[in-house]
Design a protein around this ligand. Structure first.
Ligand code: SF4
Length: 175
């Protein structure tokens, strides 16, 4: 049963013009597949923490276990600003009985496997984006996937099943 599940989604995948370049990455095929089964709740960490649209591109740098979020040209460290917003947003998310999250691949904020730049040991360093990492840490059982994984129908079906189960368990815990 997958009706009436709320799933958070990166706003740019939902078609909102929240990207650094003022554009979107509408994932229409995915939206069509989940329509009728879920209520999608768009969110954009970078826009909602006040970085503006458009904005300077940014990337993860430093220790892959604890990377920083820096703008690429002017080298502004946005890590603390993003973390403050994330803490506030996750406090609200905890009460929203969300079944899962669909996050934009490779984004330094939303991505599940994001290149990390800068000095480190190892040739290829990757991390979760700052928002994705915080969600994983705060809600370890919450199903999280990016849009690229969910283009596979079997993976999408399994994700929706897990999201329905998670939402049901959360509602029961909150009673
Ligand atoms: S990837 Fe995440 S932070 Fe970037 S525009 Fe999309 S929702 Fe916003």
């Amino acid at each position: 049963m997958t009706t009436h599940i709320t799933i958070g989604i990166s706003a740019c995948l939902f078609g909102q013009n929240t990207r650094y370049d003022g554009g979107h990455r509408l994932e229409q095929g995915l939206l069509d597949l989940v329509a009728g089964n879920v209520v999608l709740m768009p969110l954009c960490p970078e826009a909602e923490c006040g970085l503006g649209i458009p904005r300077e591109p940014m990337q993860l740098e430093g220790n892959p276990e604890n990377p920083k979020l820096l703008t690429m040209a002017t080298r502004q460290d946005l890590t603390d600003r993003m973390r403050i917003w994330i803490g506030q947003r996750l406090n609200r998310l905890a009460g929203e009985a969300v079944g899962g999250l669909i996050l934009k691949a490779r984004s330094p904020s939303c991505g599940m496997r994001v290149p990390v730049h800068g000095p480190w040991t190892g040739e290829n360093a990757y991390s979760l984006g700052l928002f994705a990492r915080a969600c994983r840490q705060r809600f370890p059982t919450l199903p999280i996937a990016d849009e690229e994984e969910l283009r596979d129908p079997a993976t999408l079906a399994a994700f929706l099943k897990r999201a329905a189960d998670h939402a049901q368990n959360t509602r029961e815990d909150q009673r």
